[in-house]
Ligand binder design. Structure first.
Ligand code: PMV
Length: 324
């Protein structure tokens, strides 16, 4: 039995990819910039099988999950895209699994599409003896899920229409917490959100606003101005969620707990003059990023505000995956 396996991490955007210039090719309307979440990964295994189609099933994991039929179709279409790129005709059984709970509402499309692309390239490179660079793989991954192209490198990654790759800064190690205020399947998938936001009157100025914020984020990271970074990233996730709220018809991912956690982070900053960079994906959960020298501050925030209220998933050892 011949099989190929790949594992890839998720990432969280500080400047969000929202809106597409070309929906078929996933050409983004604006540049995006992310931090890779090395501790939250998806694993994909491909095995050659007989028959006339590729199939999907859940892989082995402490956190098993099911994929919707639309999700499966998108996943297997992406495998076909990679196979067509190589001219590979073999049929595969695809197994995928996450190392984090599927019911906690963390977007896993970045890690799962990156892992699928990587495993498919491994298989197709072996079967065809063609070879491609990491960047070419990542660009192909973007065709399946735009945000997945940023998961091919650790640390900070910048995706612009014509360029993609890692970025170096003095701040190069961050701790991450995601506060799970709500789980379950999203009512509006991110693919649908990309389409819906075009109906918002705020969409017109979006590319220019993200361009200005990206400049400030890069400046904040170069100069080490953490509090400026916090403010710009805060404004950016609100901008994306404002697009959702002002689409016609409007939609929202916020839950009551979202407001509560956001308010706690803001009060913490006001009280301490320091705190985490806060952001949200297209979901209700709140992501917090801390510098490595803020560990005791991060634990203080966790003990005071999260520990007895919310399930929190973190790469800070003392927290790990804490369910309440
Ligand atoms: O990769 P997609 O098409 O699922 O887009 C998701 C984009 C966001 O996660 C909402 C933002 C981002 O840049 O990661």
């Amino acid at each position: 039995m011949i099989s190929w396996t790949a594992e890839k991490p998720s990432n969280i955007a500080l400047i969000k990819y929202m809106g597409k210039k070309d929906k078929e090719k996933n050409v983004p309307s604006n540049s995006s910039f992310s931090w890779t979440l090395d501790h939250l990964t998806s694993k994909v295994e491909l095995e050659i099988q007989k028959g006339d189609s590729d199939t999907w099933e859940p892989g082995e994991s402490d956190f098993p999950f099911e994929m919707s039929s639309l999700g499966r179709e998108k996943f297997l279409n992406h495998l076909q895209r990679v196979k067509d790129h190589f001219g590979v005709k073999e049929r595969f059984k695809v197994k995928s699994a996450n190392n984090f709970p599927a019911d906690c509402g963390i977007a896993s499309s970045a890690s799962s599409f990156a892992a699928l692309t990587e495993a498919a390239f491994k298989a197709c490179e072996d079967l065809s003896s063609k070879k491609f660079s990491i960047k070419e793989k990542a660009m192909m991954s973007a065709r399946g899920s735009g945000s997945s192209c940023r998961s091919f490198w650790s640390g900070f990654v910048l995706w612009e229409e014509q360029s993609l790759g890692p970025q170096d800064f003095a701040i190069n190690s961050l701790s991450h917490m995601v506060v799970i205020v709500g789980g379950g399947a999203k009512k509006v998938s991110s693919s649908l959100a990309h389409k819906k936001v075009e109906s918002s009157l705020l969409f017109e100025g979006r590319a220019e606003r993200t361009r200005q914020r990206l400049e400030k984020v890069l400046e904040g990271l170069s100069s080490g101005n953490w509090s400026n970074l916090y403010q710009v990233v805060w404004a950016e996730f609100w901008d994306m969620h404002a697009l959702f709220e002002t689409s016609e018809p409007s939609f929202s991912y916020f839950l009551p707990g979202t407001f509560e956690v956001l308010e706690k982070t803001r009060s913490f900053w006001e009280e301490k003059g320091d705190g985490p960079v806060v952001t949200m994906d297209a979901g209700p959960n709140v992501h917090l990023l801390w510098r490595s020298d803020q560990k005791s501050l991060a634990l203080e925030f966790y003990d005071q505000n999260l520990k007895s209220h919310w399930t929190t998933l973190s790469n800070i050892e003392d927290i790990g995956f804490a369910r309440v």
